[in-house]
Design a protein around this ligand. Structure first.
Ligand SMILES: *Cc1c(COP(=O)(O)O)cnc(C)c1O
Length: 485
């Protein structure tokens, strides 16, 4: 299994190198050079597997046994997934009116990112321990990634985590998940602007090859292939639980529609890959008023609005759904040259029109929709009234689709629940509902916090760079094992 860049200039990388990278050196994103096929027989043989077992099976398809022996791989992944508050790490809620919600938020920070993040940080740690090396993880966040990365890497000896979050644009609970980690390998910064604004200086830091090499700088955003890889299991699990596969022994595989609240488009990318691998999915990418993905799917208009709109579903207040580059690559027939041209133009002008053939392909693989704040609170209310079941505002973006689009006959549907409503109390309040806060959330209130402010305007790329350099020198003085990956 080898990996290449979506921009065509990098080939033949191994899983370990890809795990320890961010963007590919040509500015693209890593993808497997070829995709294995999951045959109908294999699918049928997996129907009774738990979510953690499916993560193992999926990861084993992409991580060679001579790099991580299967026994080690299974142990690392099952260790990571044993930290969740429900058995099997995820839960399926079957509600009224054919609505099924796959709850992926039972990790420590109550968002789906905990699943792929804990697996990814444990795999990092596996290599770092084995090689006596260390790495510095640089993370920008729209709210949930930062907390997941911090919790995943807390106390790991070989990893420093540097997180930058958008001040005032995340919820109190999200902020606490980041600022209450006082371990000395965790470094948290608040900056002005949207999460897209923050991504710009971070991308510059990643583009500095010297800095990356010297300090073992890497990404844990869904730029990182390993996050996408683990997320393949969400779609596989949804399919095996909900498609009705067991009722069609030997016949044609039934189809399942999976509805995904979409921001950076990592999750929907995993869905596209799973579909390419032979799992019959119909994908629905649902967004809020930041609707670039919706417009791209509908009319090929992949252009950023002038500003990020702040909505009740703040974790998907994103204008640059950077993982769509992976989707474009996959669906263009792996045409690195075309993708390079398109994405470089997009980075320059923030606006491209998808070529006809590519647009047709994209819209045949997924459909999309956009939901207003009104639609979000309306959906939260309706779901509460009908089921006494509380949705987070992102999950409501997906469930809105369920309430507005009838299912095709013979098809089933799964809505992905990306976060717990306890994390988004303002939205719950705006819907006129109340949320029972779990004890862990109430406890956050009383914990001491630590973070630093980065002042906008003074170009904080430089102070952040200085922090990264100083972390490394502290590690060297402390005579901790140090050799950047
Ligand atoms: C990150 C996030 C999303 C978006 O996921 P992508 O894979 O980036 O599209 C949706 N909902 C919540 C709650 C999130 O934290």
């Amino acid at each position: 299994m080898r990996y290449c860049s979506t921009r065509g200039e990098v080939q033949g990388w191994g899983f370990r190198e890809v795990l320890f990278s961010g963007y590919a050196p040509d500015g693209g994103m890593f993808m497997p050079e070829t995709l294995p096929t999951i045959t109908p027989d294999t699918l049928r043989s997996w129907t009774s597997l738990s979510y953690p077992r499916l993560v193992q099976e999926v990861c084993a398809l992409f991580i060679p046994d001579d790099l991580i022996p299967r026994h080690d791989l299974d142990a690392v992944l099952s260790g990571a997934l044993s930290q969740f508050s429900v058995p099997g790490a995820v839960r399926l809620a079957r509600l009224g009116g054919g609505l099924s919600v796959l709850e992926l938020f039972h990790g420590e920070t109550l968002a789906f990112k905990d699943l792929a993040m804990t697996c990814t940080t444990r795999l990092l740690d596996y290599f770092l321990q084995r090689e006596s090396r260390r790495a510095t993880v640089l993370v920008g966040t729209s709210g949930d990634t930062g907390g997941s990365a911090i919790r995943g890497a807390r106390g790991l000896r070989g990893v420093d985590v540097v997180v930058v979050f958008p001040r005032g644009r995340i919820t109190a609970v999200q902020e606490k998940h980041m600022t209450t980690s006082l371990e000395d390998n965790i470094h948290v910064f608040a900056a002005d602007g949207s999460s897209d604004d923050i991504d710009v200086p971070l991308r510059c830091l990643f583009a500095d090859r010297e800095l990356v090499k010297e300090h073992g700088l890497m990404s844990l955003n869904s730029v990182n292939w390993c996050r996408i890889l683990v997320q393949l299991a969400h779609f596989l699990y949804a399919y095996l639980q909900l498609s009705g596969l067991e009722r069609t022994p030997g016949g044609a595989l039934p189809r399942l529609e999976v509805v995904v609240p979409t921001g950076g488009a990592g999750n929907i990318t995993a869905g596209c890959i799973m579909k390419e691998m032979g799992v019959p999915l119909r994908l629905v990418a649902m967004v809020n008023a930041n609707d670039i993905v919706h417009r791209a799917v509908q009319s090929g208009d992949f252009s950023m609005a002038t500003q990020v709109k702040q909505t009740l579903a703040s974790a998907i207040d994103i204008q640059d759904p950077y993982n769509m580059e992976r989707v474009f690559w996959l669906l263009s027939g792996r045409d690195g040259l075309q993708v390079k041209g398109l994405m470089e133009e997009f980075q320059r002008s923030h606006k491209i029109t998808l070529p006809d053939a590519l647009h047709r392909k994209v819209s045949s693989v997924m459909c999309a929709g956009s939901v207003t704040d009104e639609g979000i609170v309306g959906t939260m209310r309706r779901c509460w009234e009908e089921n006494h079941y509380l949705l987070c505002p992102h999950t409501a973006v997906a469930v809105w689709h369920h309430y507005h689009t009838p299912l095709s006959p013979g098809e089933n549907r799964c809505c992905i629940a990306t976060a717990s409503p306890a994390k988004f109390q303002d939205a719950v309040q705006k819907a006129g509902l109340t949320v029972d806060l779990p004890e862990e959330v109430r406890a956050l209130e009383k914990l001491p916090t630590r973070f630093q402010n980065l002042e906008w305007g003074e170009d904080w790329e430089r102070p952040l760079r200085e922090r990264i350099v100083s972390i490394t020198s502290v590690r060297q003085r402390g005579a901790l094992f140090y050799s950047p990956v």
